[in-house]
Design a protein around this ligand. Structure first.
Ligand SMILES: O=P(O)(O)OP(=O)(O)OP(=O)(O)OC[C@H]1O[C@@H](n2cnc3c(O)ncnc32)[C@H](O)[C@@H]1O
Ligand SMILES: [Mg+2]
Length: 198
């Protein structure tokens, strides 16, 4: 019988990646897209850790079971780390990937390649009844392109160049992205930390 894991996210892009990432370990993934009665958790933290813990603990309490959350985002050096924890809503509450990318591209206009360095961050939190909440994190280094490339992935993937593979993140297959991404690295950490779980 397949084991179940609940991921406290309403982001379709993340949901797909978690399905792919947990499959090899025999887990079926459920997200908040499958549990529409669970309301969005307000992300009031100022760090990825704070928001990840907030999302995992709130949903674990509501469902009374083990829950994993993901708080992630893009940090651009030339923008002093922005959009950072505000990545999802950088261009406004409508949370538009297109508008967010346009905003970043226009803010970086005239900035040369050497100064377009950036990294994705991902913090995963695991919370549940009777257990101490734990977090792990992963990063992925890259360079912000001058225009969009590729159509895979989600969020800022079309403008994020991965030097080690010579491609934009949105040009990678889901398996390639899993191998090098902030989320993939964080999940590897989680597996090391919780060998009883995944
Ligand atoms: O809070 P949940 O419901 O999980 O969904 P969300 O989209 O609001 O997620 P976050 O609060 O963690 O914000 C993360 C944003 O960072 C960006 N992001 C995170 N991981 C990414 C990835 O792998 N590729 C591209 N962009 C990513 C993307 O814009 C996300 O919306
Ligand atoms: Mg969010």
């Amino acid at each position: 019988m397949a084991k179940n894991v609940i991921i406290a996210t309403k982001n379709r892009g993340k949901a797909k990646e978690f399905e792919l990432m947990f499959k090899p370990y025999g887990y079926e993934v459920q997200t908040l897209l499958d549990l529409p009665h669970i309301e969005d958790v307000e992300e009031t933290g100022v760090t990825f850790e704070e928001n990840a813990v907030l999302k995992a603990e709130t949903v674990a309490k509501e469902l009374d079971c083990l829950v994993i959350s993901d708080d992630s985002g893009l940090s651009i050096d030339a923008l002093d780390g922005r959009p950072g924890v505000y990545s999802a809503r950088y261009a406004g509450e409508a949370k538009s990937d297109e508008a967010n990318m346009e905003k970043v591209l226009s803010e970086l206009e005239g900035v040369d390649e050497a100064n377009r360095t950036a990294r994705f961050h991902c913090v995963l939190a695991i919370a549940g009844p009777g257990r101490k909440t734990e977090t792990v994190n992963g990063t992925c280094e890259g360079v912000i392109l001058e225009e969009k490339r590729g159509s895979n992935g989600f969020g800022y993937d079309p403008i994020f160049f991965v030097p080690s593979l010579g491609k934009a993140m949105a040009e990678l297959t889901p398996e390639e992205k899993r191998g090098i991404s902030h989320r993939g690295h964080a999940l590897d950490q989680l597996r090391e930390r919780l060998s009883d779980f995944v």
